[in-house]
Design a protein around this ligand. Structure first.
Ligand code: ATP
Length: 227
């Protein structure tokens, strides 16, 4: 939100409309390295839209989105190298196994000889080791979601942008997700922007530094209570 670190991601009075239909009006927020901002709100309030504005997949109708001080642009290789996302539940290669999928991403993002170890770690963290040689169509929906999270985490990144990462995970994976993200931001200094419907995830100790709450078109940005 506003800490001693300069913000990595800044939204300044960002508004967005699809055609003539406004979805977001004048949202301003900062996410600094090692900070996590959580978006909470009902279906259709604009959380995914805000996440896509933050990654440069959408351009704001009004206002500006800055990543590392420059307008965010998903076509900029430097930006893509630093922002990892899990936004689309169908964003995978159907003809690559889980391991091949993660290796491809790790290698494309320059891990080189470190790729195999990083993939092994992510497979274990997401309880996918036994399913490493399965094709996506043979996975459960929760295992597919776990693969998408592993794909975001296996590659280097400074900002992690997640849309409802808890969706379809089983109770055990869901229960540990918040602590795993909190550890990542603490140990790696990762900035995190995530949308969720899970109040327990938003309340995870050590995770959210700021909450963005959407309510009937109004957006409230506030530091989390008690911080
Ligand atoms: N490409 C699009 N074209 C037109 N309208 C869109 C488009 N994408 C989203 N919308 C509309 O914008 C509004 C906000 O959608 P958005 O997906 O951002 O909501 P959300 O808060 O992420 O919802 P959910 O919790 O259901 O995922 C909705 O009314 C949706 O129908």
């Amino acid at each position: 939100m506003t800490g001693p670190e300069p913000a990595l991601l800044t939204l300044r009075e960002v508004g967005h409309a699809y055609g003539d239909t406004p979805v977001l009006r004048s949202v301003s927020l900062d996410v600094a390295p090692g900070e996590c901002v959580v978006l909470l709100g009902p279906n259709g309030c604009g959380k995914s839209t805000l996440l896509r504005l933050a990654t440069g997949q959408l351009r704001p109708t009004t206002g500006e989105v800055l990543f590392a001080g420059r307008p965010v642009d998903e076509n900029d290789p430097g930006t893509r190298a630093r922002i990892a996302t899990a936004l689309d539940p169908t964003a995978y290669y159907p003809d690559l196994t889980v391991r091949e999928h993660l290796m491809l991403i790790a290698l494309a993002h320059g891990l080189g000889e470190a790729a195999e170890r990083a993939v092994t770690e992510q497979l274990a963290e997401h309880r996918l080791t036994e399913r490493a040689d399965a094709l996506p169509r043979a996975l459960s929906s929760g295992q597919t979601q776990a693969m998408l999270l592993a794909a975001a985490l296996v590659r280097p990144h400074d900002l992690l942008v997640l849309d409802e990462p808890e969706q379809r995970l089983d109770a055990r994976a869901r229960a540990s997700l918040g602590a795993r993200l909190a550890r990542r931001k603490r140990t790696a200094g990762t900035a995190i922007l995530l949308a969720t419907h899970d109040a327990a995830l938003a309340a995870e100790p050590g995770l959210a530094d700021g909450l963005v709450e959407f309510d009937d078109g109004a957006v409230t940005v506030r530091p989390r209570a008690g911080r």
